[in-house]
Ligand binder design. Structure first.
Ligand SMILES: [Zn+2]
Length: 71
């Protein structure tokens, strides 16, 4: 379930490089996490089970979240 992090540079769909909003570094550890919360499906909220692409800044550890299913 837990993959070893991979350090990447990210280009956004706008063509701009992703930079950390805190320290402006452009190197991130890429991780894929599930956004699902236990019990959501029972409540009819299956849309909550989404994949998140997460880029963790290697410098300050700020997490940048992207909704992968929205692409
Ligand atoms: Zn940072």
């Amino acid at each position: 379930m837990t993959q070893p992090p991979r350090v990447v540079r990210v280009t956004l769909e706008t063509g701009d490089p992703l930079r950390c909003v805190v320290c402006r570094d452009d190197r991130f550890e890429k991780r894929a996490w599930k956004l699902n919360t236990t019990g959501m499906e029972f409540a009819g909220l299956a849309w909550a089970n989404r994949n998140a692409l997460c880029y963790v800044c290697v410098k300050c550890r700020f997490i940048h979240w992207f909704d992968e299913d929205g692409r």
